[in-house]
Design a protein around this ligand. Structure first.
Ligand SMILES: Cc1ncc(C[n+]2csc(CCOP(=O)(O)OP(=O)(O)O)c2C)c(N)n1
Ligand SMILES: [Mg+2]
Length: 661
């Protein structure tokens, strides 16, 4: 080991006192975890972690994911101590204040790797990050990226269901570049964890096919030894670090009292006395800061230089494959594919489900784009595995498709981890109704501005006989309300291709493609390069520039809207149909555009086989809603559409009654 135990102790105490001071000043925060994990983090940073504070985005840096995001001061202290420019002392003093980069729970950026407030998400994220390295190497046919991904998790993360799914998947994929450091302090917010848990966590991870260790998380030799072993592991590594929460706090340490509240002035002083710390608030002695900055902060510098030199020898294409996507050229390609497909599908006119059209699109692009697709065991139903895609397996990472198994929670979080690496187009699929199982990760993707795509099929009562458990009602509306998430519900082949084009073109917004199980009719017939879906809603057909009736509809119901129009026109009623493939994108248009397609003077009608929630925004509360505000039923699809009144006869009759009295 590089330093004496007493130096390590001083170095660890730097993290502890910065944490105590920052939480004290903010009058809120979580001192317990950083105080407990400071020793482990000090050995990790000083002896093992490869990083360069002057190049926080270095592609081959080791990643430290904080799944126990409440312990954010651990990370901020380390980033400050090791010399990351953005994390100066003022930011530490501004912990948890408006617009500081030291927010309560860090998300990511500025040297913070993906970290999570929702406990356990980080484990899935770390798997994605570790897997991305394996996939990049396999694609380059060279081990260019040899970074390790460390993830710190607490009791809470490991109680969460997502940890079970994630750990099982990581073991299955034999990710030997992943190390989970378990802050095994036996305490959660309510008290001792045995209030709520009695399983053997170590055995769990053994069963998941991990290498499992347990150490005293305050013993520098043990920490060093176990991390040395982790460097040459053949499986993912799980290290239970037995720690004392709030280490050094005489009255609150070892108890839940220091989990999520300032220690208080008196207790803070006592804790500092126990560290033999004599300095004033926020002050790190020059001699210790020098070790943190000049020695630990620079410890990977030689490796960094060597790696950068070999990186320079790579071709431009290889470099790109490691850290970014050549968006412009790929998007040109996608645009051409979309145009050709639109044309050919109009020419050959086939009635298929929109999920099948999505499958056709993936078949066309799968091997021309750096993709990473997948499904939670519904590949065939989701039409998400293109015919040329190959499967990612343990020790064989050259494929581009992940069988996530029935693990939607983990799938969402792994997708986020893959996406932060920024060198692949990432999509995953399941039934729309089951996105509830991955909603937390979808929300994080939106918050973190990760452009992943969710292929969500079986998007309505059109599912049929599987019944209400499988029929999404409220899901579409609930997704539409998530900020920075674009929900698409295309009506036919043309819109499917357009929506895929928009999803792939997105750089900072995730997309959900809601696709039908049942066949739809083609509703667009023009040969145009224009992507009409990009404004979210557009005039599909119009019988007058001053329509009496404006029908807003999406997905499979656009066909019904066209049939309604046919009937109403026979009654000399001027009708306009607005196809709304993306409610969210339409909401982003200026009012002038919205008013131009949905005139205020017209009678509005909404047809969508889902909750009406939200449609008032465009249609007003006086509109006629042909939506479904109750759970579905188990019956053949056509019978269900009739039962819920979603057919042209019923709708046109009701409209005629309404306007003609
Ligand atoms: C999904 C989720 N549920 C609940 C919380 C609220 N929460 C934050 S920390 C915590 C307890 C975590 O205990 P542990 O991981 O052992 O952390 P420690 O107290 O040891 O720092 C809870 C319930 C959360 N952040 N995320
Ligand atoms: Mg705990």
């Amino acid at each position: 080991m590089k330093y004496t135990k007493s130096t390590y102790s001083d170095l660890s105490n730097c993290i502890r006192v910065l944490t105590i001071d920052a939480v004290e000043k903010a009058k809120s925060g979580h001192p317990g975890m950083p105080m407990g994990m400071a020793d482990v983090a000090t050995i990790l940073y000083s002896e093992f972690l490869r990083f360069n504070p002057n190049d926080p985005k270095w592609s081959n840096r080791d990643r430290l994911v904080l799944s126990a995001g409440h312990g954010s001061m651990l990370l901020y202290s380390l980033l400050y101590l090791t010399g990351y420019k953005d994390f100066n002392l003022d930011e530490i003093k501004d912990f948890r204040q408006l617009n500081s980069i030291t927010s309560g729970h860090p998300e990511y950026g500025n040297g913070v790797e993906v970290t999570t407030g929702p406990l356990g998400q980080g484990i899935g994220n770390a798997i994605g990050i570790a897997l991305a390295a394996k996939m990049s190497n396999a694609r380059l046919k060279e081990d260019v990226l040899d970074y390790k991904t460390y993830v710190i998790s607490g009791d809470g993360c490991l109680m969460e269901g997502i940890s079970h799914e994630s750990a099982s998947l990581a073991g299955h994929l034999a990710l030997d570049n992943l190390v989970l450091l378990f802050d095994d302090n036996g305490i959660t917010i309510d008290g001792k964890k045995d209030l709520a848990e009695s399983d053997n966590v170590l055995d769990r991870f053994r069963a998941y096919n991990w290498e499992v260790y347990q150490i005293d998380g305050h013993d520098y030799d043990q920490i060093h030894d176990v991390l040395t072993k982790a460097q040459s592991a053949k499986k993912p590594v799980f290290i239970s670090c037995k720690t004392t929460i709030g280490y050094g706090s005489p009255n609150k340490g070892g108890t839940e009292k220091c989990h999520g509240a300032p220690l208080g002035k008196y207790e803070a002083e006592l804790a500092k006395q126990s560290y033999n710390w004599k300095e004033g608030g926020f002050f790190i002695p020059e001699s210790l800061l020098k070790i943190w900055r000049d020695e630990i902060g620079m410890q990977s510098y030689d490796y960094y230089r060597k790696w950068q030199k070999s990186f320079e020898d790579l071709t431009k294409q290889q470099k790109m494959a490691i850290s970014s996507i050549n968006h412009d050229s790929y998007l040109d390609h996608v645009k051409n594919v979309v145009f050709n497909y639109k044309k050919s599908f109009i020419d050959k006119y086939e009635e298929k489900a929109t999920r099948s059209f999505s499958g056709d699109f993936l078949d066309a692009i799968a091997n021309t784009l750096p993709l990473c697709g997948g499904s939670a065991d519904l590949s065939g139903s989701n039409c998400s595995k293109a015919k040329d895609m190959s499967i990612i397996k343990a020790h064989h990472y050259s494929g581009n498709y992940i069988h996530y198994g029935i693990r939607e929670h983990a799938m969402g979080a792994v997708m986020n981890g893959l996406a932060v690496c920024g060198n692949m187009y990432v999509y995953g699929s399941t039934f729309l109704v089951f996105q509830d199982y991955m909603k937390p990760a979808m929300r994080m993707a939106a918050l973190m501005e990760l452009p992943v795509t969710y292929v969500m099929t079986h998007d309505s009562i059109g599912v049929g006989e599987d019944g209400p458990t499988h029929q999404p009602i409220e899901q579409i509306a609930s997704l539409r309300v998530i900020p920075n998430l674009n929900v698409f519900r295309p009506a036919d082949a043309t819109e499917v291709f357009e929506c895929w084009q928009l999803a792939l073109a997105s750089k900072s917004t995730p997309s959900v493609l809601c696709l039908t199980r049942q066949k739809v009719k083609q509703v667009r017939f023009e040969y145009s390069k224009d992507n009409l879906s990009q404004k979210g809603g557009y005039i599909l057909v119009d019988s007058s520039s001053n329509p009496e009736i404006v029908i807003l509809s999406s997905g499979s119901e656009v066909t019904i809207a066209l049939e309604v129009k046919h009937i109403l026109v026979k009654h000399k009623i001027a009708v306009r149909i607005i196809s709304v493939p993306s409610f969210d994108l339409l909401a982003q248009q200026d009012q002038h555009y919205i008013d131009s397609i949905i005139p205020r003077s017209s009678k509005k009608v909404v047809i969508e086989a889902a909750s009406r929630f939200g449609w008032e925004r465009f249609a007003g509360s006086e509109a006629m809603f042909f939506c479904i505000d109750q759970f579905g039923k188990s019956a053949p699809s056509e019978d269900l559409f009739d039962y819920f009144g979603l057919n042209a006869d019923n709708i046109s009759k009701k409209i005629l009654n309404n306007i003609r009295g």
